[in-house]
Write a protein that binds this ligand. Sequence first.
Ligand SMILES: CC(C)(COP(=O)(O)OP(=O)(O)OC[C@H]1O[C@@H](n2cnc3c(N)ncnc32)[C@H](O)[C@@H]1OP(=O)(O)O)[C@@H](O)C(=O)NCCC(=O)NCCS
Length: 184
Amino acid sequence: MKAPRAPESILTPRLLLRRPVAADAEAIFHRYASDPVVTRYLSWPTHRSVADTRAFLTWADDEWDRWPAGPYLVFAQRARQPDTLLGGTGLAFKSLTRAVTGYVFARDAWEQGFATEALAAIVELARNIRVQRLEAVCHVDHKASSHVLEKCGFTRESAHREHFTFPNLAPQKPSEVFSYVLAL
Ligand SMILES: CC(C)(COP(=O)(O)OP(=O)(O)OC[C@H]1O[C@@H](n2cnc3c(N)ncnc32)[C@H](O)[C@@H]1OP(=O)(O)O)[C@@H](O)C(=O)NCCC(=O)NCCS
């Protein structure tokens, strides 16, 4: 059976999640993708120029073309400037029933519950489009992110830690990570 397609925009109590478009490149670059503090624990290198962000947007479009969903950008619904970009999240599919999620927010958007609210929306979306297993990887020192995942129902998959190379930490030295999973 064909998996249902995800909506290209989703409303939560405070947020709007929507599929990125080419015109978002500058905002993504300046709000968070070029910030080394924000990208410290991410799986992709800090963007050095808007060309890197445009490459991400091309990849995002390919994901949306190939799978039932892909990356979303996150905006505040009731901000003084309604189109202020807060961050990004989404689904990266390994198969139609298995996907990986993650999230990133601009520094001035931290500690307001936005990551938890956005991730809860992604979990609901994943369930609606019949994903059965949602995964996330988190550096063992990244307490805030572990907490967000656990608040949204994810559990650590195994007692022993796995390793992952973070491009913005120590590219030559794999770091310990927790693998999180949510069965839907
Ligand atoms: C990690 C990140 C997404 C969290 O976003 P956020 O919007 O601040 O998260 P929320 O406000 O929804 O929730 C954070 C929770 O962690 C808690 N927290 C924050 N720092 C913490 C710490 N050092 N130790 C333990 N808990 C911590 C907060 O108190 C909050 O929990 P609470 O709601 O029970 O009080 C944000 O900091 C970010 O974008 N960081 C950069 C990108 C990134 O690292 N992404 C994740 C990669 S795995």
